[in-house]
Structure formats: C-alpha cells, structure tokens
Write a protein that binds this ligand. Structure first.
Ligand code: FCX
Length: 436
C-alpha cells in the first residue's frame, strides 16, 4: 500500500502541476465548439471533462493509461499458468500509470483480500428485499448499505484537508473494489441458488476467487474467462453514463460508495450496461427462431433485415463513440475461438459477426454498424454455465468498479471541482441558433 500511495502521490504532483500550468497559461484557449445537435443529442464528443485513467478512440477503442487492451493483455501480470492479464493488474495501472511487477501485483491482490470482509448488516439489508429484485438494484442497495463505513465521509466530517482527499478516497476505493466480488457473488447465490456462498479463497487472485464464489463451474477456464472479462471492462473513459454519473456525484464530494451506487443505476440502463442482458436474450430468442438450423451468414442476414425493417434495435451492435469493432469484442472472440469454437451459441455469435454489420450499414442510419463487447460476453458466460441473464450486468459492474474508483481517486488527486455544465431551454437554444 505504501508503494501504491507513493506512486500515485508522485504522479499526482506532476499532474497537478500540469493542471495548474494549463489553467494559468492556457485557460482561455478554445478547444472546441458545441453545435445545436450536440446540445440536444447528449453532448456527444463535446470535450468538457478530464479523466486521467483511460481514453477512448473511436477506431482503436479504449486504452488504459495509453495502453491498448491488446497491450494490456500482453504486458500485465498473469495468474500462474494463466494467459490473460489479471484485472487487479489493470486496476494498478489505472491508479498509478504503471504496469505492476509480478511482486507488486501479488501484494496488491493480497491487499484486496485483506479488505474483502463485508459487514453482516449489508447482507441483512439485502435479505429484506423481495427475492425477485433485479440483481443490479440489489447491488446498488448494497453499495448504499456499505456507505456508513466510508472513511472519506467520516474524515470529511472531521474536517479533513483538501490535500488529504485522494489518500482517503483511495482507502474507500480499495475497500469497495475488494468487497464487490463478495457482495456480487452473494447476490447471485441468494437470487438464483441456495443462498450459501462458497468459502472465500484468498489463495486465488481477485477474479478467480469471484468465479469460484459464484459456484457455477470449477473449470479453470471459467476462472480464466472471468479474469479476461473483468480486465476488459475495467474502464471506458469518463463520458459513459455510469462513469460520468459517478464522476458527477463524486464532484459534490459525495463519498465513493454514494458515487458508485449512483453510477450503478446508470449501468442498469438497457442502452448501457443492461445491453449484455438484452443481448443474450436476443441470441437465445434467435436460436429458438432458427429452430435447429445451423446459423449461417445468409440466415442471419435475413433474420436481421426483418428485425431492422420492423424498427427494432439489434442489441450488441452500434456504439455512441466507437466507430469500429470493439477490441473487447475481438479479445473475447479470440478466447472463444480457442476455447469453445463448437459451442452452438458461439456459432450463432459468429454468424451475427459475419452478417449484421452489412445489414445495419445498408439501413444507412446507424453510425457504427459493428459489434460492441456486449454482443459476445453473454455467450462466454452462458458456455461456462452462468446462465441467469439478469445477472450479467452485475459482472460488468464488478469490473467497472475499478475504473470508476480509479477515476474518483484521480479526480480528488488533481482537485477537480464540482461539475456544473450549463443547460438551456429549447427556446433559448433556438434564439442562440438564430443569432448565428
Ligand atoms: N440496431 C438497429 N438500429 C440501431 C442500432 C442497432 N444496433 N444502433 C443504432 N441504431 C439506430 C438508432 O436507434 C438510431 O435510430 P433513430 O435515428 O431512428 O433514432 C440510429 O441508428 C442512429 O443511432 P446512432 O447515432 O448510430 O447510435 P446512438 O449513439 O444514438 O446509440 C447505442 C448508440 C449503443 C445506444 C445504439 O447503437 C444501440 O441502441 N445499440 C444496441 C444496444 C447496445 O448494444 N448497447 C451497448 C452499448 C455499449 F457497449 C455500452 O455503452 O455499454
């Protein structure tokens, strides 16, 4: 922990100096304009916030601290015998800007294990909810139930100085990420199984332990695919609904638990994190509709054309920012080609990959006809027996907690202020537009 804090402190000093320099010498430089369309259509591409941890390029996808996902998967430490990068190594990278050594990564995993105990009151709160409460609602409630333990909120009440914010935020961030798998696995076990949580295994890495606590599959490959999934979903810049929500809430100095509870509510939306749930439902429905026929490009083209003609959205395709096949999708595809090429659901996913972009392109209105990660993730979960679709967004949330928490720490480390963009009524917008 001392090493981690030292690295963040050093980088924060450099970055704070950079921020001060920009504000002192370049504050008035205009870096873009906002069109009427951007104002109405969700501020798409308007550069109006700072996120240190990752950056999304429309064509090459997300990079964590300047490293593409392919580079991360290659360079970050692996589990013994594993081939994919460990997600906690990605968390370290997001926090410090550095690839951890194997020893640093091992010590970091142990640090997370030490912080993983979840207060009984959190499980008691969850137990009061109706059993059919959506797992994402349960997860968000669990974050709020953990909030009384926020070190940030406690220290703030005691008059903590601004310079101390990030260090105390880091304590909460590590606690929260450490506890996520336990809470998430308990939600799974209570909602879909017998309620009993398999024993925590601190000998395993963070993701493998989560996989074994889910208790659906003891296959080593399930642990491996969980590592891959959690590494790939860790961060996606600051503008996505969940990250931006958490950033906005955090900018009011609401503590990390409040911020992530709010972010999770955004992640639960069907156009964002819930898309992976919708995707697998769509794939299973398509499989049924094909009635046992082998999925081919031709069949899927006809199937997708019919859907688009009836005005339906095809889940897992398109993206608000990406304009190419999502590299997260490609890394999952590579894993599937290696580990489950004969899975009938993978063959369907593969046929969709061959067919759907051309169908959407022909329709002419979709800005990005290519698949995003959600078009693949469900198949991998399903293959390894995690079949409860309305749980899928929770797995996404376990991963994204790392990016959002790293963003929270960095927002405090460089002293970003409360966020307050300007909104205008349509009449005012019309007046502004008519003046030009
Ligand atoms: N199938 C059919 N039509 C689609 C489509 C799809 N997959 N994606 C976009 N379109 C349509 C839109 O509905 C819109 O139609 P309209 O003009 O009649 O309203 C038009 O194409 C233009 O949309 P576009 O600008 O390309 O996309 P947006 O930025 O508005 O929306 C999302 C992006 C991702 C919301 C959209 O592509 C979609 O709904 N995709 C399916 C859901 C999905 O996969 N979401 C996961 C996103 C991601 F991974 C995440 O953030 O979690």
């Amino acid at each position: 922990l001392v090493a981690l804090k030292g690295k963040i402190a050093k980088l924060a000093k450099e970055k704070s100096a950079q921020k001060a320099d920009l504000l002192k010498n370049k504050a008035d430089v205009v870096i873009g304009e906002v069109s009427v369309e951007q104002c109405i259509n969700g501020g798409r591409s308007v550069k109006m916030m700072v996120t240190e941890t990752s950056d999304l390029d429309a064509n090459t996808g997300i990079s964590y601290r300047g490293k593409s996902l392919y580079e991360c998967n290659k360079e970050l430490p692996k589990a013994p015998g594993g081939e994919v990068a460990l997600p906690e190594a990605a968390f370290w990278l997001l926090l410090t800007g550095e690839v951890p050594t194997d020893a640093e990564c091992r010590a970091f995993t142990e640090e997370l294990h030490r912080r993983s105990a979840v207060p009984q009151s959190v499980f008691a709160t969850l137990a009061t909810l109706p059993k059919d409460t959506h797992p994402m609602t349960q997860l968000s409630v669990a974050m709020l139930a953990m909030q009384p333990d926020s070190k940030f909120a406690h220290k703030y009440d005691q008059g903590m100085k601004k310079g101390e914010y990030w260090e105390v935020a880091l304590e909460d961030a590590l606690d929260l990420v450490a506890k996520m798998p336990v809470v998430a696995a308990q939600i799974y076990r209570s909602t879909f199984k017998d309620g009993k949580l398999p024993a925590y295994d601190a000998k395993l890495d963070w993701a493998a332990n989560y996989a074994q606590m889910l208790g659906v599959n003891s296959d080593e490959k399930f642990k491996e695919v969980t590592r891959l999934y959690l590494m790939l979903h860790a961060d996606h810049e600051g503008g996505s609904v969940s990250a931006h929500t958490a950033h906005l809430v955090g900018s009011a100095l609401s503590d990390p638990y409040y911020a992530w509870a709010a972010g999770l509510c955004g992640l639960a939306g069907p156009l964002h994190g819930l898309a992976n749930q919708e995707c697998i439902s769509w794939l299973l429905e398509a499989q049924k509709d094909l009635g046992g026929q082998k999925p081919t490009k031709e069949l899927l083209t006809a199937y997708a054309e019919k859907m688009v003609a009836s005005g339906k959205v095809i889940p897992g395709f398109g993206h608000a920012v990406l304009r190419n096949t999502d590299p997260r999708y490609m890394l999952e595809r590579e894993f599937a080609l290696k580990n489950c090429p004969d899975d009938p659901l993978f063959q369907l996913v593969d046929a969709c990959y061959q067919a759907i972009p051309a169908v959407l392109e022909k329709g002419g209105k979709v800005k990005n006809p290519f698949p995003n990660v959600d078009a693949h993730s469900g198949q991998l979960m399903h293959f390894y027996s995690l079949k409860e679709q309305n749980y899928y967004t929770v797995v996404f949330a376990v991963s994204r907690a790392m990016g959002v928490m790293a963003q929270y720490v960095w927002a405090r480390a460089i002293g970003l202020p409360i966020e307050r963009p300007k909104s205008v009524p349509l009449d005012v917008l019309a007046k502004l537009a008519n003046k030009k």
